[in-house]
Structures are given as C-alpha cells and as structure tokens.
Design a protein around this ligand. Structure first.
Ligand code: GLN
Length: 308
C-alpha cells in the first residue's frame, strides 16, 4: 500500500508539471543541453525513509548546491575562526556571480555566492588540485551515502567559459583572500560544481544536514554538529541569493539552489527535501523547485517559524 506521504508528493509533482516558465541556464554550454522538462521531487526523513516522484534518478550537475558542503569541509579543515577571517556570513542582496567584495571588510560577503565559494574551495586541505578535489568528492559522497562522480564534459565546459569566475578569483588574489594562484582554486571550484547528483542524493544530503551531520541511513557522522549548525544558518540567510528574503518568508527552511536546476531544503531534526527541474527564474533558482517547496512547506506546515 502506498503511503500518504508518497501520494502527497505524487500529487504535488502532478500539479506542477504544467509549470513551464523560466529557462535553462545557457552561460555554461553543457547546461544548455539538458532536458528542460525533467522534474523530480524527493523527500528524505531523518529516520531514513525516502519518497521519490518523477525523474528522481536522473543525473545533473550539483553546481552551487556544492557551496554549503565545501564550506562545511573548509570549516572542518581550518576551524570556524580561520575561515571567518576569509569569508563573512552576511547576505549580499546581489546576484550569485557578482564580482565584488564587501567594501569595509574586503572579504566575500558569504560562502553561498561565487566569491565566497571560491574562497571556501581554497581553504580545503590538500597538496594538489587532484587531492583537494578528491577530498571534496568523498565528503559530498558521504552526505549522499553513495559514491558521487565528476561529469568531465561539464567540467570542461565550465573551465572553457568561466571567465567571470576567473575575474572573481583574481580579485580575491589581489586582496590576499586567496593565498594561491587563482587557477589552482578554480580547478577545484569548477570540478566541485560538475559533480553529478540525482534528486534522491540531494534529499539525503539535505536529510544529513537535518540530522545534525549524521547520515540518516548509514549512521555516518559526516560533520560535527556545531559546524552543521553554522552551515544551516548561512543557508538560511544566503542560500537563495538575492531571493533569500522572499524564500525565508514564503518557505522558511534553510536551502540551497544551483543553476543545474536542483534545490535542497532542510527542516532541522525532521527531513530533507529536494527538487530538480532545470528551468530557472531571474535569480538562477529553479522555478518548479521554488514553487514545489513553497507548496510543500505550506501544506505540511514546515516553516521554521510555524507554531502548531
Ligand atoms: N558553476 C556555477 C558558476 O560558478 C555555479 C552557479 C550556480 O549554480 N548558481 O557560475
């Protein structure tokens, strides 16, 4: 017998398949060739149940959803204080790819925009790009509970066209935020964005964050609980870029989106929610993703300010 939750997720999926507004990201050529109609919703509970609707096993690039996880690894490698000297935790109100630093602190405003994410990638321990990337890949894999892999052609596409990110990298180097050749850092960053996930993976990654850093199925402690709390806090204020205010008001869950069309959202202590649909709005957030999360948060009363 199908569960009530499964029926509910199937219903949301059906109701939103007709939503076709927005367009796929095309500034990275490899992102422009994805099927715009792909759609999946997954919900993973903190006791390890996963409910899936639609294309839940279809692979796509994690893109900016990588940012909270690399930030987490940088925190684990260097500690809160050292990371804080390099990247702030203030919402920027700017697009994700803005070429700017905070004029007063001369640091990236937060780790969820590209400037801060490139900085986090520079703080991950490891002697070479390959070693650092491998540590990142393994770390994300523990959140997902399976081995994640790099999509080489996505990486090449991103590397070939990533001049805006290079501009950010050189700005960071000029201000001493990066302490290495920006090309090295970008070699790590472009690869982390090109790791492939499916919607089910994202829901389990979200559920691990919901479970204070413990994977709900494997029981693996992936992240220290205090650092996990820091990551969720930054996702709450900065995860949806310049739509963060609207998101917190309407959905009320720490979240992160990526231009590959994924969104993950976390209800601490309870569940991880993930949506995949590649058509994006003007902020670079999945249109169906935002609509699904709004709807699910309202229907199930998930907003973190909700008192029942
Ligand atoms: N790799 C993309 C970039 O750096 C990630 C952006 C995103 O998903 N918002 O531009």
């Amino acid at each position: 017998m199908k569960s009530l939750v499964q029926d509910y997720i199937d219903g949301v999926y059906r109701d939103l398949t007709g939503e076709r507004s927005g367009s796929v990201a095309d500034y990275i050529p490899e992102l422009a060739v994805v099927d715009p109609d792909s759609f999946a919703i997954c919900l993973a509970t903190s006791d390890g149940y996963v409910y899936e609707a639609g294309d839940s096993r279809k692979k796509f690039a994690i893109q900016s959803i990588s940012k909270p996880f690399t930030y987490a690894l940088a925190l684990a490698d260097r500690g809160l204080a050292a990371v804080a000297t390099k990247v702030d935790v203030e919402p920027s109100g700017e697009p994700f790819n803005e070429i700017s630093l905070d004029p007063v602190t001369e640091r990236p405003r937060n780790p969820m925009i590209n400037a801060g994410a490139i900085t986090s990638a520079s703080l991950v321990a490891g002697a070479t790009v390959a070693e650092r990337f491998e540590r990142i890949r393994r770390f994300y894999s523990r959140f997902a509970g399976r081995e994640l892999t790099l999509n080489e052609s996505m990486f090449e596409s991103e590397d070939r066209t990533g001049n805006r990110n290079r501009a950010i990298g050189y700005l960071l180097r000029e201000y001493g935020i990066l302490e290495e050749d920006p090309q090295t850092t970008l070699g790590v960053y472009f690869r982390q964005c090109s790791i492939e996930v499916d919607c089910r993976d994202l829901s389990l990654m979200a559920a691990t964050l919901a479970d204070s850093g413990v994977h709900p199925v494997s029981g693996d402690r992936v992240l220290d609980a205090g650092l996990n709390e820091r990551v969720l806090s930054v996702m709450t204020t900065c995860g949806m870029y310049n739509a963060a205010g609207d998101w917190v008001t309407e959905v009320g869950l720490p979240a992160k989106s990526g231009v590959g069309g994924g969104i993950l959202a976390v209800l601490p202590g309870q569940l991880g929610l993930a949506v995949f649909s590649p058509r994006l709005d003007e902020h670079g957030n999945s249109v169906r993703g935002v609509r699904s999360c709004r709807r699910i948060s309202k229907d199930l009363e998930l907003h973190f300010m909700h008192v029942s």
